[in-house]
Design a protein. Sequence first.
Lengths: 837, 95
Amino acid sequence: MATTRTATRSQGRWIPSTCGMCLHGCGIKVYVENGVALKIEGDPTNPDNLGKLCPKGNAGLARLYDSTRVLHPMKRTNPKKGLHEDPRWVRISWDEAYEIVARELGKVRRDDPRKLLCALGDFQRILFWGWPAVFGSPNFFTSLGNYCGGSYHPVNGCVDGSFAAINDYEYCNYWIQIGSGDGFSSHLHLSGSAKRMADARMRGMKVVSLDPRCSVASAKADEWIPIIPGTDRAFVLGMAHVLIHELGRYDRDFLRDHTNAPYLVKEDGDYVRDASGKVQVWDLKANAPHAWDEAPSGSMALEGTFSHQGIKLRTGFQVWKDILLENTPEKMAEVTTVPASTIRKIAKEFVDAAQIGATMEIEGKTYPYRPAALNYYRGSQSHGNGLFDNMTFKLFNMLVGNIDVPGGHLGVPLDHRGFFVSPGEDGMLKPEPHQLHPAPPFKYPPDSSHLMEWFPIGFDAGHLNAETLLNPERFGLDYRPEAMLIYHSNPWWNMPETDKIEEIFQQMKFVVAIEIQETESTQWADVFLPDQTFLESTLLNCLEPPAVTGHSLRQPVVKPLGDTRDPYDILTELSERLGFRDDWNDLLNVVCGFTAKPQYLLEPEKRHSVDEFWDRYARSIYGEEKGLEWFKEHGHAVRYRTPEETYLAYGSLRIPFYFEFIKRTGDEMRQKFAEVGLQDWPLDNYKPLPFWKNSQVIEDGKAGYEFYAITFKESLHTFADTMVMPWLTEVSEKDPIHGGILINSVTAGKLGFKTGDPIRLTSPGGSIEGPVQVVEGIHPQVFGVSNAITRDVVTNKQVKLRGTHFNRLLTGSMKYTDSATGGLESTARVRVERVKR
Amino acid sequence: MPIANVAALGATRKMLGFSRSTVKFEGGTVADLLRQLPTLDGSCLYERLVCNGKLRSDFAIVVDGLSLKADQLDRQLHGDEQVVTMAIIRHLAGG
C-alpha cells in the first residue's frame, strides 16, 4: 500500500496557497494529484508561520471534501422557519437563485435600503464588507469581532495607530499573559506565534499567566494565577499601585518625553491651555506653566499638584497616581481573589525584568530596551468596562516605557499598510479608533440598527441589534429590517441573547445565505448560494500580522466542487442585477486603495473577473512585475517587518497616557444627546484614565447568581465552522476539557456533583444545560464552557450535537456593554442546579 | 492651461456624469479645477463639495495618491496630476 502511494505521489505537485481555516491565513502548500488535494502542510518559505500549521489548518481537506457541503444553489420550500425546522431545500440554477434574490432585495432597496440587515463574517474578504453600504444599508448584524475586540481595537488605534498588539517574542524576557492564547492556543497567527513563543522559552523567557482556567498558556507558563473573570484590571491596577506608590520605579524619561503624562489638566479633566490654545506643562525651573513644546525637557514636571492663578492643576500622570492610591494590593486582592503578596511579587519581578534605562542597538540604531511586557486579549478585556481594561493594560506597560520598543509591548497593524501614523493635536499621534471605516457622525434618529452613530470611538456593536430591532421605537429607529444577507457568518451562534436573535430571524421576510455548509442561521434562509472553500477560490490576504508584512495568495488548488462560486462573483452578480455594479466597483476602488494609484482603478461600467480584480490589487501594492501570476508561482510576498516598521514607527509624536481624546469625545456626545433630548443614554465610560468600578456582572452576584461562567477556545476550533468538522471534533471529544461544563473539584464536592451529572446554569440572560466535567484547573467560583460544545445544528451525522450554547447566558443590553466602545460583556454570573435525567 | 486626469467615483461620478476624463482648466489650484467641472444639475463640483471654502467632511479628494485635508483646496496643480474625487462611505460593516 505504501509503495503504491509513493509511486502515485510522484505524479502530483505541491501548490502554494493560503490557509482559510481562521482569519489570519498561514502560508500553506497543498499536494494535489490527479485533481485531488491529498495533503496540506505549512509553507516553510513563509516567515509568518515558518512552515507550521495548527490543527485547523491540517484539517482543511476535511472542509473541502465534507460530504455535507452545499454544492448547488438551493431554495427553501418549507415556509415555516425555525432552528429545527427542515427548510426542505430544492436544487435550483444560479440564474433562478440570482433572480429570486435580486427580486426580493430589489423590493427592499426601492422601499428603504436600510431594511436590509447584513451579517458578514468572512474576514479574509474584509475588502468586500462594504457591499451593504453600496446597497444603501448601514446595518451590521453580527458581533463576531466585537465579541473579542470591541474595546481592544479602538484602544490600540488610539495608543499607537495599531489594530492589535503582542509582546516582542524576539527580545522579551518576562511575559505576563492575561486572558489570551497568544503564542499557545489562539489569537494572532497561532502557528508562527507558537513557534516564536517556544523559541523565546528556550532562551529563558519567563511566562506568568492570569486566567480563571488553566488554559494551554497557563499550563505551560512558569506560573498560573487563577483569577475571578473580569477582574484582571484590578490585578493590574494593584501592580501599578506597587510600582508607583510602593517601589517608586517607573520610566520617568519615557513618560515625560514620549507621552502626554506631563500635560497639565484642570479639575474638570480638560487640558490647561494658554491664551493661544497651547497645552501647558509645569516648568519646574520657572515654577510656572509653560507651553508643552517650549519647556525644556529636563525641567518639565512629570508629576505634581500645582496652583496657578488660584486654580489647582495636576499633570495627567499625577491624576492617575492619585487614582491608584486606593488600589492597594490588599483591596485588589478582595476583588480578584489573588493574594496581595502575589500582586506585589509579580509587580516586582516585572519591573526588575524591564531594565528601565537600558538601550540596545539594532541595525545601527539605538532603541530603549525593555524586555518585560504584559500581553492580553479577549478574556481580560471583553467586558462591560472593556475600555478601562484596555487602558489599564496599556498604561501599565507604559510605566516601564515598553510600548513599541525591543522586548516590549508592540502594536500590530491591521494589514500591509502598517501603523496609521499621522500628527494629531498638541504634539500627539492622531488617535485612530476606527480603522475599518470612518466613524459616522452622530445622528438622531440613528440610521443604523446597531447605533453606530452613537459610538464615535467604538466598533460595530452588532449585539445591540438584539435590543434595537425588537424595540425600534425606543431607540428612535423609524424602520424595521425585513431582509437579511448572511455571508459566511452565523449570527445565531455568535451573538448573545439567542432567543432574541431567533425572534429577529423570524421577523425577516427574506433571508439569503452565502455559505459553505448549513448552519443554525441558514435554517432561516430562503435561498442558499454555495460559497467555495479556501482550496477552491482566490484572494490575497494580510491581516493582523504580528511579526511580518505582505500578502499571501489563496488560489484554487483543485477544480471547485459542484456548482459553487467565488463570493466576489456572487456579490458582483447581485450588484449588477440590483443595478449598482458601478457603485460596487467604485467602493472596491476606495477600500482597495486604488484611488492612490488611479491606473488600477476598476472601470465602473465593466465587469471584472475574480483574477482580474486580484491581479490589479496585487500590482497596485507590489508593482507591475508582481501581479497574480507572480503570486500563483511564488505563493506570497511576506517578509519580516524591519526594525523601523516595528519599533517607534511614529517617531517623536507623543502617545496618550492621559486619554484626553476620549474624555473630549464624551463631552461632545453629552452635548449632542442633550440637544436631541436624550438624557438617559449611558456615557459614563468616556473617561481619560482607568479606575476600578464594579461591572454589572459583579453586581449580579447580589441577586443570587453565586458563580461565574466563561467560555474558551483552544487551537482546534475557531468561530463556528470547525466544530462541525469530524476530524477536529474527534480530537476535541477525546480531551476532557471539551467534555462538558468544567467545574473545580472542590466546588463539585461541595455541590455533590460528579463528572457526567446533568446540570443547568442560569444567568440573568438565559440558561444552558450540559454534563458536569470535574477538573482541577479552574477557579473554584467559575464554570467553564468550551466553544467545542456550543453548536446546535449540524448536518454532518458523524458530529455529535452538544448544544451547550454559552451565548445563551449573555445579555446584549447596554447594561452589559461598554458605553464608550460598545464592547460586549463576555462573562456571566450564574446559579447552578442539578437537572433530572 | 494645466491638464488634470480626473477620476470621479460613486456620488461624484453621478454628479459629473463621467467616471474618467482629462480636463483642461484655467488657474492652477484644486479649487479652480472643481469650479470648472460642471455637474449635471447645472452647477459645478465646487458648489457640491465645498462649504465655506473647505471640502465637506463627507467627500474626499486624492491628488497623486495623497488625500487632501479640508483646507487644502488651494493646492497647486502643475499639470498631468491624477485627481480622484469621491464620497466617503462611513457605514462599512466591520467587526
